[in-house]
Design a protein around this ligand. Structure first.
Ligand code: ATP
Ligand code: MG
Length: 558
């Protein structure tokens, strides 16, 4: 139970509850509304809720908070389950749905009416606002507040049966219109929505509010610690009011923590949906999206997300976390596990004059510099090879310190292969360099070159005759500003128009042809890459750049 790490305030509360016997088994839940895909902010809540259950030998439920039929869909229900599992968590028992409890909620609403604690109100939306008062002024009682119990019962039934128009009536709790907490000023329990629900179909024409359902859902499921984000703090007295005033089977307690905000992106389902609907991205799982499915497609690993979430403070304040912190965990995990490979993104042909035509020498390189368990890879070495255009210069005056690559007349080492020297070059009619003529220094595979030969550095390469043609997709941050939409502007105005660069005609080493769908790569000197699950074809892989090797943003690059 105690792994020696400092405990956050929720862990401290749970420890104490267990010690004092307030609870015997911890039950938490992750309660997404199925109105969009999960994003990195949800991951914080998932890791927290499932993590607490794990730490304290309890259980965590997955419950869909599907009380609003307007925006909810089965597609989201499926995607959310997939994402939670992919993150490495398994919920307790069956998936649960708030809609499974609708009959119970209705029975409790009737009970509250019968006890004089709820009433059907016919004020218009505008009148309701007027009657509610403000933060500094108390509200006024609705003229319907004291209508007979019988009348409210009949009207609620009519609301349920679809006999009343939307917006004409609501069911409200009778609490206190003068409460300093506006949430307690006769909050709405049921609204009329004459539309079908993704699970209950046409059965209901009224749907419970968040406040009238969440705590009761927790109670029904035996949840002990109901953890939510800070915006619900002011709702807690109401949460408790329902638990106290209804014959619920449990006594859950609500605790709030600060939500995760990441700079250079948005973590709001509404905004993410807008990016999808208005085609700024190509779907919820576009690799630039901060959704779990987008991160997965991009090649971010579940371990990276979990480690990142574990690093976050669970505190009583909201904060914004620097994207670089997330990226650190992405690189950290990939560096330890990704297979190394070579892929030339911008190929420039090099002809090696002292290598025989048609000859192939198989060289071997480790799949990972310090992971023997990942095995080795085969690199055919041939007379014609490709190097990256950016790795060659004909400027012989370039200092060795500044340019550790191939320069005309000088030496460089090819990764896991020979030291070569650039002897000459070929230009096309427009003066562009189209080919390098070079020669190998024999005997230099895995061996130092003879005295006097000092390669400038090590560059990557690929055989020009035995390689895999592939497409590489390079990504930059989706937004150009740290807080998109700050200062009341439209967040879409800061969408980065250059966040996707597609490079075709890239040349990868032969092993990339049999790319396993779920293998992460470090393309040496280029970054981390992952096969795209949608666009990759047999024999012509498409790789998404997960992340560069270094943080270019921090250095003011990019
Ligand atoms: P959004 O604002 O993106 O629509 P939401 O809170 O409406 O998010 P829900 O599906 O209701 O989305 O969220 C499920 C759970 O995830 C809730 O307990 C919620 O508090 C939590 N959650 C949502 N966003 C974040 C976030 N950015 N950081 C931490 N927890 C979050
Ligand atoms: Mg919500």
């Amino acid at each position: 139970m105690d792994d020696g790490k400092p405990q956050n305030f929720i862990q401290q509360i749970i420890r104490q509850d267990l010690e004092e016997g307030v609870v015997s088994r911890v039950v938490t839940r992750f309660p997404p509304e199925p109105n969009g895909y999960l994003h990195i902010g949800h991951a914080k809540s998932i890791c927290l809720n499932f993590g607490l259950a794990e730490q304290f030998d309890g259980v965590c439920n997955l419950r869909f908070d599907d009380t609003n039929p307007e925006r909810e869909e089965d597609e989201y229900v499926r995607a959310i389950q997939q994402d939670v599992r992919w993150l490495g968590y398994q919920w307790h028992g069956e998936v649960r749905f708030a809609s499974d409890y609708f009959d119970q909620f209705y029975a409790w609403a009737v009970l509250l009416i019968e006890q004089g604690k709820a009433y059907v109100c016919e004020l218009s939306a505008e009148q309701t606002r007027e009657y509610r008062g403000t933060l500094t002024e108390p509200g006024r009682n609705s003229p319907y507040r004291d209508r007979p119990v019988e009348e409210s019962l009949v009207l609620l039934e009519k609301m349920r049966d679809g006999e009343i128009e939307e917006g004409k009536m609501v069911l409200r709790a009778k609490i206190d219109m003068a409460s300093p907490n506006i949430n307690l000023r006769d909050p709405v329990l049921y609204r009329i929505k004459r539309r079908p629900h993704h699970r209950t179909g046409d059965k209901w024409n009224i749907y419970p509010s968040y406040d009238f359902s969440h705590g009761q859902e927790d109670a029904i499921e035996g949840v002990t610690h109901s953890i939510c984000t800070l915006e619900f703090e002011d709702h807690r007295p109401l949460y408790e009011w329902f638990i106290e005033n209804l014959p619920v089977p449990g006594k859950p307690r609500q605790y709030e923590f600060g939500r995760l905000n990441l700079n250079y992106t948005v973590t709001s389902k509404r905004k993410l949906k807008q990016l999808v609907d208005e085609r700024h991205v190509d779907g919820w799982d576009d690799p630039r999206m901060p959704t779990i499915s987008g991160l997965r497609r991009r090649g971010v690993t579940p371990a990276a997300i979990r480690n990142f979430c574990d690093s976050l403070a669970v505190a009583k304040t909201d904060g914004t976390v620097d994207m670089a912190q997330f990226e650190h965990f992405i690189r950290d995990d990939l560096n330890a596990n990704a297979h190394r490979a070579m892929c030339v993104l911008d190929p420039l042909k090099v002809v090696l004059s002292n290598v025989a035509e048609g000859e192939t020498e198989m060289l071997t390189a480790p799949a990972h510099p310090n992971r023997d368990d990942l095995g080795t890879r085969q690199l055919p070495f041939t007379r014609e090879i490709y190097i990256d255009r950016a790795d060659f210069s004909d400027d012989t005056a370039l200092s060795r310190k500044k340019f550790k690559r191939l320069v005309l007349g000088d030496y460089v080492r090819l990764r896991a292969a020979y030291v070569i020297r650039a002897d000459d070059l070929v230009r096309d009619g427009e003066g562009n360099i189209v080919e390098i003529q070079a020669s190998i220094v024999p005997g230099t595979v895995g061996e130092d070159p003879p005295e006097g030969i000092k390669p400038r550095g090590v560059i990557h390469w690929v055989s020009a005759t035995e390689n895999v043609e592939c497409e590489v997709r390079l990504y930059d941050r989706l937004f150009l500003e740290p807080s998109p939409g700050a200062g009341g502007r439209n967040f879409l105005d800061s969408v980065n128009p250059d966040s996707l660069v597609i490079k075709t005609g890239c040349k990868g080493e032969i092993g990339l042809a049999e790319t396993e769908r779920d293998r992460h790569y470090q393309f040496e000197r280029e970054g981390y890459f992952y096969p795209d699950s949608r666009y990759s074809d047999a024999g012509r892989p498409v790789f998404n750049q997960t992340i560069g090797l270094k943080d270019n943003w921090a250095k003011g690059g990019n």
